[in-house]
Design a protein around this ligand. Sequence first.
Ligand code: 5GP
Ligand code: MN
Length: 338
Amino acid sequence: MIKTHIPELKILLSTPQDIVIVPHKNPDGDAMGSTLALYHYLKAYNHQATVIAPNDYPDFLKWLPGNDSVLIFESQQDQCKALINKAQLIFTLDFNAFHRTGDMETPLEQSSATKIMIDHHQQPDDYAKYTYTDVSMSSTCEMVYNFIEMLGDVEKINADIATCLYTGIMTDTGSFRFPSTTSRTHQVVGDLMKRGAKNSDIHNNIYDTNSYSRLQLLGRALQNLKVIPELRTAYITLSQAELDEFNFKKGDTEGFVNYGLSLKDIIFAAIFIENPQEGIVKVSLRSKGTFSVNEFSRAHFNGGGHTNAAGGRSEDSLEATIEKFISILPQYKNELSQ
Ligand code: 5GP
Ligand code: MN
C-alpha cells in the first residue's frame, strides 16, 4: 500500500524533478482529469512536469485547465520520446499495463525513470516502484485527491486542480450514479466545490456541447439497438458507413452503450463500433450487478476494465464479431438470467 511509502515519496518530491504523467490511450474524462490535476499540483512544487497523452482525445475535454500544455505522443513523437528518456519520474494514471498506451508501450518499458501507478482497474502489472491501486474507487481522480491528502497537501488544491478532479469523478461515476459512488466520493466532490470546482459549468462543458450530427448518430444507434430478453442483454452496432453518414468525430459515441442498460430488466449492454482504419471493431461493455464484463472482455475480446464497465476489441468484421458475441452469450445464461 502506498501509505507506507508516503514519507519516501515526500522526500522524492521535495526537490524539482523531470516528470512525465501518462493517461491511457483514447483518454476519457477521468484519464485527462487525473493527469492534469496532478500536473497542476506538481507544477506548484516547481517540478518540470508534462502530460503526454498516447493519442488525441475528444473536444469536450479540451477546455480542462492546462489542456494547452498536453503533448500528444502520436503526433509529437520526437519531443515526447525525449521527455520520456529524460524523465526521473513517470506517473501512469487510470491504467495499469503499458500496452494500454498503444505505441508508448516500448518507450515506457525502456525508460529508467521511477514509475508511480495510480489506478482503479483490475489485475495491475507490477512495473511501478510505487503502486496505489484500488478497484473499489469510483475514479482515478478520487485517488489523486487521496494521494494529495496523504501528502498532507489538501490545502494546495486550487480551482484548477479541483475542476480537473471533479470532471473525472463526474464522468467515471456517470454523474454520481454508479454503485462505485460512495459517501466518501460525495465528501470529496463537496470539498472540490469548496475549492473552486463549478459543478454546473463542468457538467455543461462535458455533456451539453453536442453537435446536431452527434444527436442524429445517437438516433441511428438507438434504431440499431437489439434486445435479447431471455439473456437480459442489449447491444448496439455502428458501421463505418453510419459513422461517415453522421460526420463522426472522436468522442461522439461516448456514453451510447449506457442506453442499452437503461432498458427495464436489462443487465448487460454492449456496443460494437467499426474502425477500419485500425482494422478492428471497438467493443464497449457495461453491466449491472455481479456479471463481470471485465472477465467477459478478457475471455473473448482481448480487453478488460472493471466489473461493470469494460472495453475490448475484435479483429473480425462487424458481422462476424456480432455472430461471435451472440454465440458465446448462452454460456453465461445462469449469470445473466439471475
Ligand atoms: P470504454 O468502454 O468506455 O472504452 O471503457 C470502459 C472501461 O474499460 C474503462 O475503464 C477503460 O479504461 C477500460 N477499457 C477500455 N478498453 C479497454 C481495453 O482494450 N483493455 C483494457 N484492459 N481495458 C479497457
Ligand atoms: Mn477511470
